[in-house]
Design a protein around this ligand. Structure first.
Ligand SMILES: Nc1nc2c(c(=O)[nH]1)N[C@H]1C(S)=C(S)[C@@H](COP(=O)(O)OP(=O)(O)OC[C@H]3O[C@@H](n4cnc5c(N)ncnc54)[C@H](O)[C@@H]3O)O[C@H]1N2
Ligand code: MOO
Ligand SMILES: [Mg+2]
Length: 421
């Protein structure tokens, strides 16, 4: 007799997984290798930026008090006593009605508090000496980049768990972080199970299909920020699968398998979990696709038994495995980011289960608009290519109409959500 499975709500399934005590680890890598990694410690400013007052323009550093009388009819003359570019420091003591010709980025001379831009100064030589004059009154601090205007020593600039982007790379270099504390990439093992599976370079044969799930899931694992250990395909044979899964567990932090989780005669994953003595967190979820997704835990490692059906496999990974990976990368918002969007077409199917529709989210006239990216069946591959989101259609509804507001989960976003259900 076919085993009866009790399905649980999606939120309950996710919270059972997230309750497992599994933590990320940190490593110390060169700034050259840190782009795209996740910070495992808050990023602090180690000095003021800039750490000296500096000229943001090419011009003349003067004392603003000396410009007070300047106006269109009264140019004020300054003797130019020094000339510096970025990287040099003037040691001249600049007195009343004296100026230093200064270039962008150079440190301000101590007694000067404003910069007259080259465009507002007239320069000339008189008796063999350099002079400049200006007709503009300048305020104290005018055209000066103040010490610490960009960052102050000790400030937390970026929080732990943030993905390092090009701007953070610039910050790291600015503060002299030659090495940076980042999360170790979780090692995610992967098997694709199924006697029907051909490799990508094999010609088609009757009854067989090319394995596409492992390519898809490998990319999803990388998109989530982890490393893939792909162990290959497995035939639907209990002993072979059992041995392979058991051995793989020693080498990984998390293990993903695709296929073999339903109630079919050759769906061996449930029996494998039982023989491993793994505790099964759930084996049925009130969702479509991916209702047969089965997740188990063994010695602090999580085994994700994703469905073989490509769309179900894809969705199961994003909802269940991604947040665990992001948690191990110290993200405070490990789940897919949830937003509201306007549905662009009718979706008349009644939904006993919560449905996650592969969708294309776009911005039109300042609003988020969402439309299914293809056929909404769990064995479909093609709708995945155009999907950048999952539209969430709650169970127990009679279908949806164009113009309805719906929740969407964003697949390509780096922000995430704390708890979307
Ligand atoms: N009597 C029932 N039958 C089924 C049920 C059920 O509740 N009762 N659930 C259905 C649902 S829902 C799904 S989803 C599938 C899940 O099946 P499995 O996870 O056991 O996966 P398989 O049987 O191994 O394969 C399903 C399907 O996917 C294709 N597949 C598998 N691996 C790959 C791969 N690597 N690349 C591409 N395609 C793959 C496979 O050939 C099958 O067509 O069960 C329903 N049945
Ligand atoms: O897991 Mo199945 O995808 O619900 O069709
Ligand atoms: Mg099956």
């Amino acid at each position: 007799m076919v085993e009866f499975r009790k399905s649980i709500p999606i939120g309950e399934a996710v919270s059972r997984i997230m309750a497992i005590n599994i933590e990320g680890k940190s490593e110390y890598v060169s700034v050259n290798e840190s782009y795209g990694r996740f910070l495992s410690e808050d990023l602090l400013a180690t000095n003021d930026v800039p750490h000296f007052d500096r000229a943001p323009y090419d011009g003349y550093a003067v004392r603003s008090i000396d410009t007070v009388e300047a106006n269109r009819d009264n140019p004020i003359e300054f003797e130019v006593v020094d000339h510096i570019g970025a990287g040099l420091v003037s040691n001249k003591n600049v007195g009343p009605f004296q100026a230093v010709r200064i270039m962008t980025g150079a440190q301000m001379p101590e007694s000067c508090d404003c910069v007259v831009m080259l465009e507002l100064a007239k320069d000339y030589i008189k008796d063999g000496k350099s002079y400049m004059s200006t007709k503009r009154k300048h305020r104290p601090g005018e055209n000066v980049s103040r010490r610490g205007e960009d960052a102050r020593t000790g400030e937390v600039l970026v929080e732990k768990g943030t993905k390092i982007n090009p701007g953070i790379q610039a910050m790291l270099a600015t503060f002299g972080y030659a090495k940076v504390h980042v999360a170790q990439k979780p090692k995610v093992g992967l098997f694709a199970t199924g006697t029907e599976l051909l490799s990508v370079d094999e010609p088609l044969q009757p009854g067989k299909i090319r394995n596409s799930n492992s390519y898809m899931i490998s990319a999803q694992i990388e998109r989530a920020g982890a490393d893939v250990l792909y162990f290959g395909t497995l035939p639907d044979d209990f002993d072979t699968c059992f041995t392979a899964v058991k051995e793989a567990l020693n080498k990984v932090d998390l293990l993903v398998t695709t296929g073999g989780v339903s109630v079919g005669d050759f769906d061996y994953l449930p029996a494998i979990y039982e023989k491993l003595n793994a505790s099964v967190l759930f084996n049925k979820v009130s969702m479509r696709p991916g209702s047969v997704t089965t997740v188990a835990e063994l010695d602090g490692k999580i085994l994700f038994g994703l469905s073989g059906n490509p769309s179900a496999c894809y969705v199961g990974f994003e909802l269940f495995a991604r947040p665990v990976i992001r948690k191990m990368l110290f993200s405070p918002k490990p789940h897919l980011r949830k937003e509201k969007a306007i549905l662009d077409v009718d979706f008349p199917k009644a939904n006993p289960f919560t449905r996650f529709v592969r969708s294309k989210l776009s911005v039109s006239d300042g609003k988020l608009i969402v439309t299914p990216s293809g056929l909404d069946k769990s064995n479909i591959v093609m709708s995945l290519a155009g999907a950048n989101s999952l539209t969430v259609l709650p169970g127990g509804t009679r279908g949806f109409s164009a113009g309805d507001e719906v929740a969407v989960l964003m697949l390509e976003d780096h922000e995430g959500s704390e708890w979307p259900w």
